[in-house]
Design a protein around this ligand. Sequence first.
Ligand SMILES: *Cc1c(COP(=O)(O)O)cnc(C)c1O
Ligand SMILES: [Zn+2]
Length: 432
Amino acid sequence: MSTALSTAIQQTPSRFGYATHLSCRECGHTCPIGSGHACAECFGPLEVAYDLPSLTRDSIESGPLSMWRYASLLPVRPDVANTPNLDPGWTRLMRADQLASTLGMRELWIKDERGNPTHSFKDRVVGVALAAAVELGFKVLACPSTGNLANAVAAAAARAGLRAVVLIPADLEVQKIIGSAVYGCSLVAVRGSYDDVNRLASELADERADWAFVNVNVRPYYAEGSKTIGFEIAEQLGWRLPEQIVVPVASGAQLVKIDKAFRELVATGLVEETPCRVFGAQATGCSPVAAAFRAGHDVVQPVRPATIAKSLAIGNPADGPYVLDVVRRTDGAVADVSDSELVDAIRLLASAEGIFAETAGGVTLAVLRALLKDGVIDPGARTVIINSGDGLKTPDAVADTIEAITPIPATLTAFTAQESARQPGARKAGSA
Ligand SMILES: *Cc1c(COP(=O)(O)O)cnc(C)c1O
Ligand SMILES: [Zn+2]
């Protein structure tokens, strides 16, 4: 990858933008841009490489109010915003002062991914995978999914006029099943864990030549979509990097790509190079990357998931070793929290900031709390946490913590009786 400074003549973008080739993350072997996803030399995962153009803050700020404002840093055609898609991204970055004061922090921000078309950050990765799949001539959009990806694939395929096939573990939340099926996709519920579903999808990807499994055979493109979270955070902070960021980890791609985004912003001269410590968040019931981090290992030992944080329940994470690289290089960490800690965190975020996060968001906030308590995260540093999904898709996680609701007759007497039963003294204070 050459930077803007070393490129004297502006390149012309192709139908994959400024992406030039695919490169193996293990051995560095390169191959032409196309539908490969594993290295021919070592079977390592391939990654998109670019000859990045020079960019200005002005040109980005005048772009579309979607992730496509960053099209020139993605493997997509320059006019991608005009192709049939759901225009994901450009979600809110909210300053969370009440939460910060509860936690004893100086400056805390929440990147709220509920604002995406199907309410999770997965619309971003699917946006790039869909664009690549169309360019590469695939006819069907498919995926193995822990739920949110199925929603995003089904919706994006509907809008693009493609058939969608989504494979999910049969025990998924009903909201995520309906939130896929409603778009008219072929939904296949598999008895087994996500890792079983993923294995079946890999076999199918080998067999069905014109099916693009977004996170399998077009994974190099898919993964690039997560960079847009990092680009937007930097822009929304006034073109600077946070000092600390906490990111949920399932496959680990999101965390790795947010770090890659920060480095590309520095390489293109859009932000100043300042250190950003990257932290990964997992649920204890599926914490293979946190376990490897603690043990000082470079490889991740697969586990069988057992957590209510189903969107993070990947026992054999494809990007696990790269997550370890990023957190060690940036002086970060990977930590895990119990299901009850994540539920507490969902309630805290909702009551402190009015944001109803799904279980993955609860995990992320709970890990922030745990690492503050352990003195690992600096309460005085500018910190961003990601809320990657919507609590309305996982309401059962908190249902048991909600006070029982007893209906009353429509009378003032009944209302005040219930009010004083709930908060003795409320009436007196209210009527003073
Ligand atoms: C998929 C997902 C994640 C994890 O993303 P990876 O890139 O696989 O690590 C986090 N949060 C939510 C809500 C998700 O759906
Ligand atoms: Zn290789």
